[in-house]
Design a protein around this ligand. Sequence first.
Ligand SMILES: Nc1ncnc2c1ncn2[C@@H]1O[C@H](COP(=O)(O)OP(=O)(O)OP(=O)(O)O)[C@@H](O)[C@H]1O
Length: 289
Amino acid sequence: MSAGSSTVQTVPTGYRTHPQDAGPGLTATGVSWGIDGRLVLDGVGLLAPAAGVTGLLGPNGSGKSTLLRVLAGVQQAGGAAGDAARTTFGGADLAALPRRQRARVLALVEQDATTDLPLTVLDAVLLGRIPHRALLAGDSDADRAVARTALATAGAHELADREVGTLSGGERQRVHLARALAQEPRLLLLDEPTNHLDVAAQLGAMRVLRELAADGVTVVTALHDLNLAAATCDHVVLLASGRVVAAGPVADVLVPEVLEPIYGVRVDVLTHPRTGRPVLSFDLTDPPS
Ligand SMILES: Nc1ncnc2c1ncn2[C@@H]1O[C@H](COP(=O)(O)OP(=O)(O)OP(=O)(O)O)[C@@H](O)[C@H]1O
């Protein structure tokens, strides 16, 4: 791991929201998206409780990234499918919000997002401040302070003056998290935010998400690592072939009866000796039929 520090710091109190402001969370109904005559999302409905961490799980190609992009409004629901999707956050229709207003509410951290622009890390993180300042206004001292705090929270403060294009995958992932934190969202959507991170940095990033949730931010994160989800999420939504096949508290969904038919592996569930949370063990022998 080439980042100078793998330590992800706790969330400073300066830009916390408050749990009582969290509202009813994120709801989506009837979300479909298709391309080339194929339905990638097929009438997805989900509930991500306010001020909680919801894990979006599912095998490769099940539709996690597409769903996050549609929820964020980066990709329009429908596509070749045509549908009557409705997505609300805090009771408000997200699709009806003007783009700038939506960017003050939600931030999306995409998987392996890259940029060809010769931006420093600090400038990249400052992009997260754009929705909060007057049109055509430059960065203020306050914006730079928020950006530096976000970098520190994401464990990337030492990278501030580096060019984004020169960063390692794990370093870049921290910078994307910092950019989203600088946006001060009430809804944070993340697409596999830990896939380039070492184990300490993975847990550190999940701790940041948990602390944000404790302070009222609603977090939805796609994850491949089911044990990371078991250790850190409140609630999980399991997708397969563009449909939700299970959703609910971790202990209800991350069980062999649900996971084995979806992943096609044998699953045993143990209990963590200290936390009491589920620990999953996998092997490739055929699951019992
Ligand atoms: N623009 C597109 N054109 C064609 N196919 C697409 C497009 N976007 C997504 N797909 C297909 O839709 C399916 C779901 O893709 P998506 O990236 O949402 O899955 P995922 O669950 O995030 O996968 P992974 O875990 O591998 O990242 C895949 O089969 C993918 O190839």
